[in-house]
Design a protein around this ligand. Structure first.
Ligand code: PMP
Length: 437
């Protein structure tokens, strides 16, 4: 059809992918749990877009709020002035977040939230006389977006090695101090506070007085759903507290109901110093992110010693009125439909369905929490990612959208999913997994 002809000229990221060129997959519409493809098929969305459309697609209330906002106030600068919805949204987020994280910095994406949080952490350390603390610590297989901050603290070497010098002094924790067991995957114990001891190794290596902050995803999503054992995040918190290190939770995926609570900090009962969010904040409708932190930390950044003279941080589109309107309507939708706790209600049903696939061919591990699931397939020797990609293509043909990362199938459906649709996902996946080599 006409709109697939000239793809190459316009959209290199996709067309660079040979698979896409051979078989372009185009979405032309979306409603609730489904995408409509350019060849007129309905595809059940088991990924909430890219982990973002938590309220489902093109929900009328959110659409209407966006339409009204464009007509009423298209744009307002966020510096030296404001607009009411920015304050309303900040207050809503502050009320949702665990105490004392009641200050909000608005961004336009997860990557910007990560950069912002890292800068706030460094500014705070400096403001309290801890200016030697300039190191940032991430974790192997962490994913924190594509900005220089995010790729520096991110644990995916391939994402940064092309670009030379990154943020200086960054180091990465392993998922355990035991080099034999390097990820929160197969055979993880129920409890495992000791898995956080790798942070002690790093502190001993660099000295605590050089470390500003540690950033982790409470549950790593993009790199394959890595679920921490019980006690791990608590132990990280304790080690950070004992050593004057700030703890940042990157909740770009886990925020806004994915685990059955507003944030993962509620789920795990561990409060970090900063929380980064994006994605589900607007249910994917408009780009927006937000960083949450306590007043004293925020003030060190915005009103600290360097402020007004040297320091400037903010984005042209921080607290964009349309994004604020979309976020407020999204939060209303979450509240009215009980979506922030729905993952908790469905978690057992989801787990039962997911684990019914455990005897399918090539399945070597299954992991889940809230409405997140991962099915790890054994890689074909010498051809990593090929098996999972075959599953992706087959599922797509069968009207099911899944996401793959390496040989791991990751699932994160919109939180409006019904039990019948959960059944459909796993029925389709069972067929897919038994039909691919
Ligand atoms: N942090 C985490 C935990 C993420 O999962 C992502 C996106 N997958 C990002 C940051 C980056 O977000 P964005 O793509 O909106 O920049």
């Amino acid at each position: 059809s006409t709109h697939t002809n000239n793809l190459e000229a316009f959209w290199m990221p996709y067309t660079a992918n040979r698979q896409f060129k051979q078989n372009p997959r185009m979405f032309v519409g979306a409603k609730d749990m489904h995408y409509t493809t350019s060849d007129g098929r309905q595809v059940l969305d088991a990924t909430a877009g890219l982990w973002c459309c938590n309220a489902g697609h093109s929900r009328p209330k959110i659409v209407e709020a966006v339409q009204n906002q464009v007509a009423e106030l298209d744009y307002a600068p966020a510096f030296q002035m404001g607009h009411p919805k920015a304050f309303e949204l900040a207050a809503r987020l502050a009320a949702m977040a665990p105490s004392p994280l009641d200050h909000v910095f608005f961004t336009n994406s997860g990557s910007e939230s990560v950069d912002t949080a890292l800068k706030i952490a460094l500014a705070y350390q400096r403001a309290i006389g801890q200016g030697t603390r300039t190191r940032l610590i991430g974790r192997e297989r962490g994913y924190h977006g594509t900005g220089f901050g995010g790729i520096s603290v991110g644990g995916i070497v391939a994402n940064r090695r092309t670009f030379g010098t990154m943020l200086t002094g960054v180091d990465h924790m392993r998922h355990t101090h035991d080099p034999e067991r390097n990820a929160f995957t197969r055979g993880m114990p129920e409890s495992g506070a000791e898995y956080a001891e790798d942070l002690i190794r790093i502190i001993q290596l660099h000295d605590a007085s050089t470390i500003a902050a540690v950033i982790v995803e409470p549950v790593a999503g993009s790199t394959g759903v890595l679920i921490p054992p019980k006690g791990y995040l608590e132990r990280l918190r304790k080690i950070c507290d004992d050593n004057g290190i700030l703890l940042i939770f990157d909740e770009v995926i886990t925020g806004f109901g994915r685990l059955g609570s507003p944030f993962a900090t509620d789920y795990f009962g561990v409060t970090p110093d900063l929380v980064t969010t994006a994605k589900g904040l607007t249910s994917g409708v408009i780009p927006m992110g937000a960083v949450l932190c306590a007043a004293k930390i925020y003030d060190a950044f915005m009103n600290g010693p360097d402020h007004m003279i040297e320091l400037f941080h903010g984005y042209t589109y921080s607290a964009h009125p349309i994004a604020c309107a979309a976020a407020l309507a999204t939060l209303d939708t979450y509240d009215e439909e009980g979506l922030l706790t729905r993952a908790a209600d469905l978690a057992q049903y989801w787990e039962d369905g997911l684990h019914s696939l455990k005897d399918c061919p090539n399945v070597i591990d299954i992991r889940n929490l809230g409405l997140i699931g991962a099915i790890e397939l054994s890689p074909i020797a010498g051809e990593p990612t090929k098996r999972a990609f075959a599953a992706f293509l087959k599922a797509y043909e069968d009207g099911l959208l899944i996401r793959t990362t390496g040989d791991i199938i990751a699932l994160s459906p919109p939180l409006i999913i019904s039990k019948a649709e959960i059944d459909e996902i796993f029925d389709k996946l069972r067929k897919v997994l038994t039909s691919i080599d």
